[in-house]
Design a protein around this ligand. Structure first.
Ligand SMILES: Nc1ncnc2c1ncn2[C@@H]1O[C@H](COP(=O)(O)OP(=O)(O)OP(=O)(O)O)[C@@H](O)[C@H]1O
Ligand SMILES: [Mg+2]
Length: 274
């Protein structure tokens, strides 16, 4: 039953939103909390962002993280028949099922990280074989794996939203922060995700200062047709942890922002994984 939601098939969560809204914080903290909870067979965090900082946010030393799959020229050639940039026909459905286990790096709390890299704009030269491999891998990850998969999407996500996301994602969290730019990008992503028939497209408001601000944003998002799932308060601990280069959950486990994300994970499990 390909594409049907079933708990045995795991749970696939995408995290999207404008640049800088807190996608990586949310993806990494949810992954770590989920790993600790013991509720999932395995937890796989996927970095689909060009800045490749999910590893650091998870607490995996940089020297343990290899090149993104999208840039492994030999692998791309082996699997698709063509190196990136090389002309000619290439396989559209390359073998990918062994890639997560071969290339994922183990991190704290039993979370594993797979650095995927991004789907490149065709305008930047013919990277078609690299894109084909990344697309097929995304599809495999969200449709065929039976674990918790958390995808930290690149800001904007237009290029990654496609067959994979529409078929396999159980939910897409659209992260917004106070401010019209982030809200407008969130609205656009939400509309696109709904067109792709992603089952649950839910907003998370991050960096909330106070209740008044939260109330206003919730109202604004509702008027734009967005469902709000939760809010995460602005917290200095996030900034301090960032400065030290350590995960928030290791820096201050009882921080309010961690607490909010615990609530998010509990509600996700209750509503979508039972
Ligand atoms: N709740 C919060 N309170 C305070 N600062 C926060 C909070 N959430 C995120 N930040 C800060 O906002 C910045 C962006 O966070 P993060 O890297 O998680 O966002 P992102 O959406 O992944 O960004 P990018 O699009 O660049 O990948 C970081 O400097 C982080 O410390
Ligand atoms: Mg990020």
């Amino acid at each position: 039953m390909e594409g049907e939601k079933s708990t045995k098939k795991g749970l696939k969560i995408g995290i999207a939103g404008k640049g800088g809204v807190g996608k990586t914080l949310v993806a990494s903290t949810l992954a770590r909390l989920a790993g600790r909870s013991g509720k999932f067979k395995r937890v796989l965090a996927i970095d689909n962002d060009p800045s490749l900082n999910l590893g650091m946010a998870l607490g995996i030393p940089l020297n343990k993280i290899g090149a993104p799959i999208a840039e492994m020229k030999d692998l791309i050639k082996e699997r698709t028949g063509r190196a990136p940039g090389e002309g000619g026909a290439f396989k559209l459905n390359p073998l990918v099922s062994d890639i997560p286990d071969k290339f994922a790096v183990p991190g704290p709390d039993n979370v594993r990280l797979l650095v995927l890299g991004t789907i490149k704009d065709p305008g930047s030269g013919c990277l078609c074989s690299s894109n084909a491999l990344v697309r097929e891998l995304l599809y495999h990850l969200v449709v065929q794996r039976d674990e918790l998969v958390i995808l930290d999407f690149e800001a904007g996500i237009e290029s990654s939203m496609g067959r994979a996301t529409s078929k396999g994602l159980d939910l897409l969290f659209v992260v917004v922060e106070p401010g019209q730019k982030a809200i407008q990008v969130g609205e656009k992503i939400t509309a696109m995700a709904k067109q792709l028939n992603i089952k649950h497209v839910l907003a998370i408001i991050n960096k909330v200062e106070n209740e008044e601000e939260e109330k206003n944003i919730v109202q604004d998002l509702k008027e734009r047709g967005m469902d709000v799932f939760a809010s995460i308060p602005r917290s200095n601990a996030v900034i301090e942890a960032d400065l030290k280069g350590i995960p928030l959950i290791d820096f201050r486990e009882n921080d309010v922002a961690v607490g909010a994300m615990k609530g998010i994970l509990d509600n996700v499990v209750k509503k979508y994984y039972n």
